[in-house]
Ligand binder design. Structure first.
Ligand SMILES: [Zn+2]
Length: 322
């Protein structure tokens, strides 16, 4: 018990020391505020990429398409962009016959995001950060199946290794484990991240239902406490059923953790008409939601499914006028 606690303190100290020169990111994790980008997947869909395709593979096949979206978010004021690697793990890639390309796809995702940050940064005089997006594996978890848990951890570790490859300035600046529906799965993802890239800051976000609870039945408070114990650097909610549910859950998480909070709601649940998904939360409403999320204690705010660079731009203006 004592050893475990010492280990946590030691690893936290190491991480702090590693990032001492990076003031803006340090500031965020000390309670400052930053704006993250919005959706990638729903924009790709909107731009005609069939949902049957592997969106992560676009990093290899259509890097310009991915780069264009990153660039639009950076122009809109995003201070952190997420790599197009949400499904870049062995389990999801295997469904597309791409099991052997985990490293290649994640490396390409990081390279594209880095190039956009450098290029747009030069143009605008800004300095944004790249977060490595890590989504769920897409499997049903059986908490007592140790072999499944081991495979999950090793799949997360493989993805984290690629996202972090090259270290400072080459690999990602931080990691975002997102859209988690199960604390068991989140635990494996955090364990892998801590093991493989202990120096990278780690944001972990759960998805919640209308009632503000996680989809595995855990309360928002229990999730925040558990993710804190597991070693996240910031915790929160993303996607979910729109800004209102995320705002409710965030308020409850605030009571259960001292860590910075992250909130990246979707633009509501979509109406599907003729195979097309329409999201109803407008950029103006999202900007008002961003204000509420910051007031509720969020440090990092962004968007998820259905949000666009127009939403990010409105949120940027809201932040500047605060
Ligand atoms: Zn989403």
């Amino acid at each position: 018990m004592t050893c475990a606690i010492s280990g946590v303190i030691l690893s936290a100290t190491k991480r702090t020391a590693a990032f001492v020169a990076d003031n803006r990111l340090d500031n965020l994790f000390a309670g400052g505020r930053m704006l993250c980008d919005g959706a990638m997947g729903t924009i790709l869909l909107d731009r005609g990429i069939s949902m049957n395709r592997c969106y992560d593979e676009l990093n290899l096949l259509q890097p310009a398409t991915v780069a264009a979206i990153h660039s639009e978010y950076l122009h809109a004021g995003a201070e952190i962009i997420e790599t197009n690697t949400f499904g870049g793990n062995a389990f999801r890639l295997e469904r597309h016959g791409l099991r052997g390309k985990v490293r290649e796809i994640n490396l390409a995702g990081v390279r594209i995001a880095r190039q956009c940050v450098a290029q747009i940064g030069k143009e605008l005089g800004t300095n944004a950060y790249v977060a490595g997006a890590i989504g769920p594996l897409g499997i049903l978890f059986e908490p007592r199946d140790q072999s499944q848990l081991d495979k999950a951890r090793s799949a997360f570790a493989e993805q984290v290794r690629a996202l972090a490859e090259g270290g400072h300035g080459v690999g990602v600046d931080l990691l975002m484990i997102e859209t988690m529906t199960s604390l068991v799965e989140a635990s494996e993802a955090i364990g892998a991240a801590r093991q493989v890239a202990p120096r990278l800051r780690l944001v972990v976000m759960m998805t919640v239902g209308e009632d503000g609870n996680c989809l595995d039945g855990s309360s928002a408070e229990a999730a925040a406490a558990r993710l804190t114990d597991l070693g996240a650097d910031a915790v929160g909610c993303n996607c979910s059923t729109g800004p209102a549910s995320v705002l409710r859950a965030l308020g409850r998480m605030r009571t259960a953790t001292h860590l910075p909070l992250a909130a990246m709601p979707n633009a509501g649940l979509p109406n599907v008409v003729d195979g097309r998904a329409d999201y109803f939360v407008s950029p103006t409403e999202m900007a008002s939601c961003a204000r509420s999320l910051f007031q509720a204690g969020a440090s990092l705010v962004g968007g998820c499914c259905g949000t666009t660079p127009a939403h990010t731009q409105a949120m940027t203006l809201a932040m500047r006028n605060r």
